[in-house]
Design a protein around this ligand. Structure first.
Ligand SMILES: [Zn+2]
Length: 418
């Protein structure tokens, strides 16, 4: 068998593995959230509050979509014309056109070009978020965050680029096999490492102080049979008024994180309800599920890129000889941008199902749908979410069920509808 045949077979096996794994682990069934309950839940919000949230979301929309469209256009121009290849050559020139300089510096140049060009739209969005009082961040703080995330991207991106193109350089016929294994391994590694290495760059995490709430949360986790190392509080208030909580990490790095804003904005009962949702993620191994799906997806993407590399028309557009050479970075970026756009709604759908299951877990664990509903109303109000967003936007982007869906699910649960 030729390497190309092996690649086709690997692609098929990975695709089947991904589909099977998703079919078996994603909770496709969703607990009922009748529309009538959603409408009733919407009625619990003061109309002027809903109108303000919708105005806020409407004001953000032009900047968001213009930024996305420009980012996509930049990726397509860099990838489907020789401009991307020229930029990579330019970056490698001071280093004698060495492949490593082209890979790392050229790659970062191509990626950062898109980031810099879409920066004005991010700044525009920031002015709106500040005007509505959701962000508490000055331009200085905003800029520092931006530089920090750029630094993280440079380090992680630089390592990934160096690793990927070292493999294509050393093994021109079989790079896709090593690359696929490496990409999958990297996704797994990042799941362990990001919470303890990258998250602390942006926030300070402190163990939730001793007191009745901490004791109640630990007791809740015990009752749930979920081993949780710690409940941490993030100092999100120096950036935002928004409330949130999440679970991240795997095994020894797993932790439940609650924003400090949650402790000031929500009642202790509501914090318990949120923690019960997060415990659901921990108990169902959602971080692990996401990591395995991500690892399979990353491996599949590398093999797919290799197979795309036999499409000579595409290579000619980008002005490159092979898809595995550093000059093709622009083309890779364009492919990734289009693939991300196409995969987005599917990923959002899977995420919403997983979130709905965690909601259900919270209801089971606390047995308190009234507090759960109050907590959802609070989250929606403080975060200026549209409680009942436009369907198309919801289907394209929403990672969580809408606020009224989550409230309606609690109502149906209270009536015993499962
Ligand atoms: Zn969740």
């Amino acid at each position: 068998m030729t390497p190309r045949w092996w690649a086709l077979v690997t692609f098929g096996v990975l695709l089947v593995a991904l589909v099977l794994f998703a079919a078996l682990t994603v909770p496709w069934h969703r607990a009922p959230a009748p529309r009538a309950d959603q409408v009733a839940a919407l009625g619990r919000f003061p109309p002027e509050q809903v109108a303000r949230a919708r105005r806020f979301r409407a004001e953000l929309r032009p900047g968001t979509y213009a930024g996305m469209a420009l980012g996509l256009m930049v990726a397509l121009v860099l990838g489907l014309t020789p401009i991307g290849a020229r930029l990579v050559e330019l970056a490698g020139r001071p280093f004698g056109d060495h492949w490593l300089a082209r890979a790392v510096l050229g790659g970062l140049l191509v990626v950062l070009a898109g980031e810099v060009l879409t920066l004005p739209f991010a700044a525009w969005r920031h002015t709106i978020v500040v005007r509505y009082g959701l962000s508490t961040q000055s331009w200085g703080g905003w800029g520092v965050d931006l530089l920090k995330s750029a630094a993280v991207s440079v380090v992680l991106g630089g390592l990934a680029l160096a690793g990927f193109f070292a493999v294509t350089h050393v093994a021109p016929r079989w790079w896709w096999a090593f690359g696929a294994a490496g990409a999958a391994g990297l996704v797994v590694l990042l799941s362990f490492v990001l919470p303890v290495v990258v998250e602390p760059i942006f926030n300070r995490f402190t163990p939730m102080p001793d007191g009745p709430l901490r004791a109640e949360l630990i007791a809740l986790a015990d009752r749930d049979g979920v081993p949780v190392r710690d409940v941490l509080v993030a100092d999100a208030s120096r950036r935002t008024r928004a409330v949130n909580a999440y679970v991240s990490g795997l095994g020894p790095t797993r932790r439940i994180v609650v924003y400090d804003t949650m402790l000031t904005e929500a009642t202790p009962d509501e914090v318990v309800s949120v923690a019960a949702h997060e415990l659901g993620h921990a108990k169902d191994g959602d971080v692990l599920t996401g990591t395995i799906l991500g690892a399979l997806g990353a491996a599949l993407a590398v093999v797919a890129i290799h197979l795309l590399g036999s499409w000579t028309g595409l290579l000619r557009l980008a002005g490159v000889d092979a898809i595995g050479e550093p000059r093709a970075i622009g083309l890779l970026l364009a492919v990734a941008a289009v693939a991300g756009l196409l995969a987005g709604p599917g990923q959002a759908f899977v995420s919403r199902r997983i979130e709905a299951r965690a909601d259900r877990h919270a209801l089971d664990l606390t047995g308190d749908p009234a507090t759960f509903e109050a907590m959802q109303r609070r989250l929606g109000s403080v975060n200026l979410s549209d409680p009942d967003p436009p369907t198309w936007e919801f289907l394209m982007f929403a990672s969580h069920p809408s606020t009224v869906q989550r409230m309606a699910a609690a109502r149906a649960y209270a009536r015993g509808e499962r």
